[in-house]
Structure formats: C-alpha cells, structure tokens
Design a protein around this ligand. Sequence first.
Ligand code: HEM
Length: 319
Amino acid sequence: MFTVATFLVLFFVHDQLGFSEAQLQFGFYSETCPPAESIVRDVVHQAVTRDPGIAAVLLRLHFHDCFVEGCDGSILIKHDVNDDERFASGNAGLGGFDVVDEAKSELERLCPGVVSCADILALAARDAVAEAKGPFYKLPTGRRDGKIAAMSNAAHLPDVEDSINSLKSKFREKGLSDKDLVLLSAGAHTIGTTACFFVMPRLDAQDPTINPEFFQVLRSKCPHGGDVNVRIPLDWESQFVFDNQIFRNIQNGKGVILSDSVLYQDNNMKRIIDSYVRTNQSSKANFAADFARSMVKMGAIGVKIGVQGEIRRICNATN
Ligand code: HEM
C-alpha cells in the first residue's frame, strides 16, 4: 500500500540519483519482461513468510556481491572446485542463494534469457528491506551478469576488525561516503544476526567500549570457549524490524560487532549516527529515505551494462 511517506521516499531517491546510477534504468524490464519485479517480490515475500531471518540474509548477499567485481551476480557462481568468490573467508555464512535461484527459474520460464541474476539479487535485497518494514524504493535495473568469480578477488572485503580508516577507505574506493558507510553497515545491521565467532574476540579482549551490563549479556550468549556458530541479533532490541534502534544501541555501547561500535569513535560518524536518533523530530534525519538512497548507490557499484557480461541461464554458473 502506498502511503505519503512511501511516495516521499520514492520521489527523494529518484530526485537524488547521481552519475553512476544513470547507466541503469528504472523499469528496465517493463517491455521485455513486465512481471519481472513482481515475481521477485512474490518469491521474497514467500521466503520471508517461511523464515523471517531470510530478509537480512538477502540484504547481506547483495552487499557482498557489489563489493567484489561490482553488482554483477559474481557471488552466486559455484564451480566444482571450491575456489569461487563465494568461498572466500570474508563471505563465510552467506545464504539466500536458493531464493535467488527460485526467482530465476520462475523468470526463465516466463521470459527466458532476459532478467539478469545481478538484478534479481538487487531487487531481492530491495524487497527484503521492505518485508522487514523498511523503505520500499524505486530501483534502477539493467545490470548484466559477470563471468569472473575468483576467490582471490574477495580478499579485501570490509572486515569486522578493520580500523575506522580502513573501513572508510574501502567504502570510498567504491564511491561510497562516510554517511553511506554509517547507513549501509550499521544501518543494515538493524536486521539480522551474527555468529558468536565475530563477537568473541572483543569479549575476550575485554573491549572497554562495550556497556558493562551489555558485556555480561553478550558473554552469557557467547561464552569463552563456547560454540562460535551460535547466532545472536546484531540489533539487540529489534532484530526483525527495520528501525533506528541500532543507532541508539551504538550510542549506548550496545553495538554487537566491532565494526558497528567503532563508528562511534569517529567524530564525523558520531555526528551522523546521532542525527538519526534525535528526539527533536524536525531536526532528526530520515533514516529510511537516506538508507534507500545509499542502497541505490551501492547497487550501482561497478555494474555491467549494454553488451558487457551476459544474462546467465542459471545463477550459479556462467553460460
Ligand atoms: C563495514 C562493513 C561491514 C562489515 C565489517 C560487516 C560485518 C558483518 C558481520 C561480521 C556479520 C555477521 C555475519 C555472520 O555471522 O553470518 C554481518 C551480518 C550482516 N550484514 Fe554486515 N557488515 C558490513 C556491511 C554491511 C552492509 C553494507 C550491508 C548491507 C547493505 C550489511 C548487511 C548485513 C546483514 C543484513 C547482516 C545479517 C545477516 C544474517 O542475518 O545472516 N552489512 N555483517
């Protein structure tokens, strides 16, 4: 259902499009495969109905696709030998591949050879955000699928233990600003979970930036020497709902992973985080609209268009 707020988000995102996004087009499939977007939306809706946690999984998958070789579906490729991008250590724990495959097989049945896996993934992430009660934004499409998916290309993904300067520069290399970093990393972590694996090192190191009471909560969920695969929410208070609680948590020393907490150590990032949790509504920044705009920007990283790449027949293999 379209509300005034939805309209404003759509308008704002459309209005703010930058240069790189201009290569893609709104409604790229409106003539060649009119049901493309609604099919992806239905498949995502069914998947989230079966498992609400899948929304976060799909959002993360799109990020990991975009940061290596651009948003070209390279993360989906799986050869017989496990030397693909998706098997790099920084991509451990990714999922949602079956949801993309399901949408692709339905689309191949209706419009063979038309809709790219890269677009399916970008649309699925967009729809996943909306399923989690986040903004629904207009997303330009027309991405083509890449043919390269080497594990070594994924060696420099942003890491949970990166310094603030390293995180900033990894985002800048992709054309993303400090504000995008706050919105896309901490902001996206408003939904989803992390394995204790990523939390234990900061607990073992007695990270002093963690709120002492929260430290005890985290320690009880992820005890020293315990199972590193146990999963805990990234946004402690509201794991399944897209809201600004994550920023409040970070303010209060309740960020779960280091790369979220560390943002608050930087003056510029702190100012940006604070802007989303002001009590004064008139000066409070609009998280939903800003997140949507950053997602459109991220979704345009290194895209292949026109005659570049290909339209894969199945998403986990090149043609
Ligand atoms: C500074 C960059 C980032 C770092 C270091 C980072 C790190 C992490 C880590 C360690 C996890 C837990 C993974 C697991 O245990 O399975 C995670 C989960 C997640 N990340 Fe990020 N992330 C970053 C940026 C992003 C971005 C840009 C997005 C999307 C726009 C994103 C979306 C997610 C989501 C939704 C989850 C939850 C996945 C689930 O529930 O399975 N992250 N991230």
